[in-house]
Design a protein around this ligand. Structure first.
Ligand code: GLA
Length: 388
């Protein structure tokens, strides 16, 4: 865990609020495979990572509450009795959204102070937002003894994102961040919201992330558009969600759909099948198959679902040139962020140099490369005196 980050958040909290906080770590996530399947009630294969958000939280004696975004050096004061979404794109919506959802569920909270910061680059597709929402709801649950289960907390975080941030996300990010298990990825069924852990040890291979360091601005609206296309195709097929449809079923209504929407629905059905195949490949230790599924996933995200971008495509293209990269694909919602690459450990260093150089030559900007370890989900890392 990032001790410097923890100390930074703790010290910042002390300096501003002058009390002892409760400290929570809430991780970001990677996703091995299964993109845009979560809001179609399908399967995903994410894992919590050792990068994330640290939240410090404590009671407040004043008649308002304050939230401190340490990395931005911004403090927002607010009243619990008069909450409404702040301007689009503002970080406080993640905090407000969680509070509003707790209030919708008639959970009583009193004034509090919160400070947070993280080591996940925003827009990297590693779910810093879900990590923050989870950190806030987890902290409030502890502070005010709300007796929420983790299962409730992920739904509260997801609703915060829908109603205050305006992204109609699925459950993958919040779930992976909350329920992560060290050294494991979770095969999550997004209909039952239950998962099966898979210990991830690829022996002489590893997963690395390459961040394009871009986030294209249309990503949120494009995300919501994709979701409504999927819902309308499911409705036409008279099924609850695309998870319930086969390629054959989709073929029966092909003439009623635009070619674009047909391809989008086809992607979801195929991607969902790939997740199941990937879990079997991992069980069998068949990394070549896993890698091929990752490349196929990227092909679909780029050509069928159309959520990739030039920078991501380029990184996948150069991965393909190296036979030691068994698979690569864009990760997360798309339009920027990271690729995830399955690579032979002996080749990682030289591939990193190669990718950094080529990316720079091509786009005249830097990509960033990360190795991550799989970690436990949202939890307390330090009790405040009040609790100990
Ligand atoms: C974002 C959303 C998730 C999921 C992915 C795409 O990360 O928050 O719910 O839909 O995109 O797989």
């Amino acid at each position: 865990m990032n001790k410097t980050l923890i100390n930074r958040i703790k010290t910042s909290f002390h300096e501003v609020f002058k009390t002892e906080p409760l400290i929570i770590f809430s991780p970001g996530r990677i996703n091995i495979i299964g993109e845009h399947t979560d809001y179609n009630d399908g399967y995903v294969f994410p894992a919590a990572i050792d990068k994330g958000i640290v939240v410090a939280i404590g009671n407040s004696n004043s008649n308002n509450s304050r939230a401190f975004a340490v990395d931005k050096d911004e403090i927002v004061k607010f009243s619990l009795s008069d909450l409404k979404p702040s301007a689009e794109g503002n970080w406080e919506n993640y905090v407000f959204g969680v509070i509003a959802e707790l209030q919708n569920r008639s959970k009583t909270i009193c004034n509090f102070n919160i400070a947070f910061g993280g080591d996940i680059p925003g827009g990297a597709g590693m779910s810093s937002s879900a990590a923050l929402e989870n950190g806030v709801v987890f902290g409030l649950n502890e502070l005010f003894d709300l007796r929420l289960k983790k299962e409730d907390m992920v739904l509260i975080s997801q609703k915060a994102e829908h109603n205050y941030v305006g992204v109609k996300c699925g459950i993958m990010d919040q779930y992976a961040s909350m329920f992560g298990i060290k050294n494991n990825a979770l095969l999550l069924d997004c209909r039952t919201v239950k998962s099966k852990p898979y210990e991830i040890n690829f022996n002489d291979h590893e997963l690395i992330l390459i961040n394009t360091n871009v986030k294209h601005s249309l990503s949120d609206s494009a995300y919501n558009d994709r979701r409504s296309v999927c819902e309308s195709v499911a409705e036409r097929l008279k099924v609850k969600a695309l998870r319930d449809a086969t390629e054959y079923d989709l073929g029966t209504i092909k003439d009623e759909l635009t070619p674009e929407n047909y391809l989008k629905a086809l992607f979801v059905i195929q991607e969902n099948n790939r997740v199941v195949k990937a879990s079997k490949a991992i069980e069998a230790g068949n990394l070549k198959t896993l890698g091929a599924l990752m490349y196929a996933s990227h092909y679909g995200l780029k050509n069928q679902y159309k959520v990739s971008c030039e920078e991501l495509d380029y990184l996948v293209e150069i991965a393909r040139l190296n036979k030691y990269v068994l698979g690569a694909r864009m990760m997360g919602g798309g339009f920027g962020g990271c690729t995830i690459n399955l690579i032979a450990k002996t080749e990682t260093e030289s591939f990193k140099d190669f990718a950094l150089q080529l990316y720079k030559n091509r786009f005249n900007k830097d990509c960033s490369i990360y190795s991550v370890s799989l970690s436990n989900g949202t939890g307390i890392i330090e009790q405040c005196q009040h609790y100990s």
